[in-house]
Design a protein around this ligand. Sequence first.
Ligand code: ZN
Length: 283
Amino acid sequence: MTMPFPLPPFVPSKPNQSRVDVDPDKQRRFLQQNGLRLLWERAALCPCGVRGTALLATGPLRSDLLASDTPGDAQTHDPDCPTCFGEGVIYYASEEIRALALGMQINYQPQGMIGDYAPGYAAITTFPEHQPNYRDRFTVLDTQILYQDVKIRTAETVEALRFPVAARTLRLASGDVSARTLYAIKTGLDWRVPSSGAVMQEGVDFTVTPAGLISWALGDDLGTAPVEGARYSISYFSNPRFVVVDPGFPRSSRTIKKQATDTPKQLAIRSIARALWLGEGVA
Ligand SMILES: [Zn+2]
């Protein structure tokens, strides 16, 4: 005997039996009560590019490119773009939201096949109306972690590190201390660390501005700041940042709570985001 196809689904006598019934209101309350404060920045793609023909001199390759349908467009972003700075991404809107940031990790991999890298991730769960997309950026405002930068001193008195410095409250035996930088050390103009006087102190040789930038005004006056062209290393607290690599799909549950028939209701969305810890910052 052959089976009929397609197979008719079993339909229960009461249609309500098909409902899933995760309580969306309970989920919303849980998110509001247990979520952390996150800054959510929405990403768009920058349309900038480099026209290849502009980079080529005269010759057959240039004529060939000019004669083609897309005359010499290079598939690369404009390093001088004033909107995306060559990154290809524009952050066009930001808002502070409540979300769960679970399993935050950096997972530093020293001396890997392609050098040092850090494929850290976090699972970010947001309200259904806060649906993130690829490349969106999350900053966890309620958490501070240590970053380590090496920079070359510019001619500016106030300089940005890769990320804005944030204060973290440490509960010490001597009382609560608000810490921003933990260690700073400089080289001379020859990029060698001098045997004495290399370590610098916050409040003596530099200060942190309210915007989280480094001001060398004190050290420039004392002669203890790194001179222009010298290198310095600094360990500082900043908020962990993540870029969405796996945006969650909208999810629903069917529920009949206080209704005659079961209807779909939107549930929280869980996305996976990659840690921004090594490499380029946001400044
Ligand atoms: Zn651009």
